[in-house]
Design a protein around this ligand. Structure first.
Ligand SMILES: O=C[C@H](O)[C@H](O)COP(=O)(O)O
Ligand SMILES: C=C(OP(=O)(O)O)C(=O)O
Ligand SMILES: [Mn+2]
Length: 454
């Protein structure tokens, strides 16, 4: 079949192969009402400048390979669903601050460099459990992320609009521009990030992390006294990522690298395939099998060992280090049974993968008051189960994938500030899944640092 063979292809058949997914089942795609408008928008997108440079994706692949060997640890975090309205300087800054602050704590806990990656600058499309939502007897299409439709519960808002794809591109570009400015322009200075962490620790609610906070402070003082060049620690590498869900968009942003002649998805450095779209013979796996970026696949509780092995074979046939990350997301109650056989068999039969833990998506519950939420304690428990399983298997826990925001929202239950069911109503803002707020995110970093440090 045309375009089926991935390796050893002529440049023309490589390009043709990038459209092979169109012949395959593609779940979770919007029902665009006007195909002509869609085609017009896709043609515009196809000639936009790439958002990332292929060489940056290569650099990230090398960092992910380091994480697979235990020489680095990945922190990937951001909103479940970014919104256009929140692509403001303040909101982007506080998300970056949160991730940088967590990274400093984790650097100390893991005694490893932290690979920093945002679910940012492109996380505008959502897979959903149901195609429609019913409120008071009215049924409308479900909200699928702002690249597709709007959240308001009206027929107009919920009708997919292809122009939103272009808006998602521009919003991603603006976000990435600011991320690059913040992380390269002095804002990320280690001493400054450390001062922010001291501000967090001044809250008595976090007293239990005092020992580790003092140790970090001591380490920074030591570095200073020893004459470490803090100027070199003023900038950080920060990578973008999102779920590669909308295949028309992802295809339009897939470009041939002028250096190598190879295809790269230039919408983000790292793309992942979601739990609902990881079918081995499906369109999502096919398209991502053909680009050179480092990629991830979410693995939920129904994943068999065979599924994982076949995904590894299809997505990383050359066994390239750092190419493939498995992001497990099974829930605190299942992780200790789920992970050991998977780790054993993948380690024995597949090329090395980077293992990450998403402790969010397997722990979603509905609170008594009706909010979609997660318990901080369940989230931490899944992370603990992830580390324990790797410890026992002798494999490497490569990183964490977290839904978080830099704002003071109230979407997840618990944490030392003890957000309870009533408290959720105070500031519940997410359009899809509940996020750790700024404080809960930092608390999580301290708790994980303790796990890693002992
Ligand atoms: O973010 C992940 C999924 O899109 C989300 O959990 C789906 O949620 P739903 O079950 O409310 O559709
Ligand atoms: C859709 C998501 O996750 P999953 O595919 O693991 O359900 C997500 O990361 O927001
Ligand atoms: Mn989510």
């Amino acid at each position: 079949m045309k375009g089926e063979q991935v390796n050893e292809q002529s440049p023309q058949s490589v390009i043709e192969g990038l459209d092979f997914w169109r012949q395959l089942p593609a779940p979770q795609q919007p029902s665009w009402p006007d195909k002509d408008v869609l085609d017009h928008v896709l043609a515009e997108l196809a000639v936009t400048p790439p958002l990332v440079f292929a060489g940056e994706a290569d650099a990230l692949r090398a960092r992910m390979a380091a994480a697979s060997r235990g020489e680095a640890f990945v922190l990937q975090g951001g909103d479940c669903a970014e919104t256009f309205a929140d692509a403001t300087a303040d909101r982007i800054r506080s998300k970056i601050m949160t991730i940088l602050q967590m990274a400093v704590v984790l650097t100390y806990g893991a005694a490893l460099p932290i690979v920093k990656m945002g679910r940012m600058a492109g996380q505008y499309a959502k897979p959903r459990s149901s195609d429609t939502e019913v409120r008071d007897g009215v049924e409308l299409p479900t909200f699928r992320g702002e690249a597709v439709n709007a959240h308001a519960f009206t027929p107009e808002a919920r009708t997919p609009d292809p122009w939103r794809l272009l808006q998602a591109y521009h919003s991603s570009a603006a976000t990435l521009n600011l991320i690059r400015a913040f992380t390269m322009g002095g804002f990320a200075d280690l001493r400054r990030v450390h001062e922010w962490n001291k501000g967090f620790m001044s809250n008595p609610a976090y007293k239990r992390y005092e020992t580790i906070a003092q140790e970090i402070d001591g380490a920074i003082r030591f570095m200073s006294a020893a004459g470490v060049d803090f100027e070199a620690l003023k900038t950080v590498d920060f990578y973008s990522s999102h779920e590669a869900l909308l295949l028309d968009y992802e295809r339009a942003l897939t470009r041939i690298d002028s250096r190598t002649g190879q295809p790269y998805n230039c919408s983000a450095h790292f793309l992942w395939i979601g739990e609902r779209t990881r079918q081995l013979d499906g369109a999502h796996v096919d398209l991502l099998s053909r680009v050179r970026n480092p990629i991830g696949v979410k693995l939920g509780p129904s994943t068999s060992v065979d599924d994982a092995l076949r995904l590894a074979e299809k997505l990383n046939p050359d066994g390239e280090p750092g190419r493939l990350t498995f992001i497990t997301r099974v829930g605190a109650s299942k992780i200790r049974e789920f992970l050991p056989p998977l780790l054993a068999e993948v380690t024995k039969n597949a090329a090395p993968v980077t293992w990450m833990c998403d402790p969010m998506h397997g722990n979603t519950i509905t609170s008594g008051s009706g909010y979609k939420t997660r318990r901080f304690s369940d989230i931490l428990d899944e992370v603990r189960g992830f580390f324990d399983a790797h410890d026992e298997a002798g494999t490497v826990p490569g990183g964490l994938h977290i839904e978080l925001t830099g704002d003071d929202v109230t979407e997840c239950l618990g944490g030392s500030e003890e957000i309870d069911d009533v408290g959720l109503a105070r500031r519940y803002e997410t359009l899809v899944d509940p996020r750790l707020n700024h404080q809960q995110s930092l608390e999580m970093a301290f708790a994980v640092a303790e796990m890693l440090h002992t």
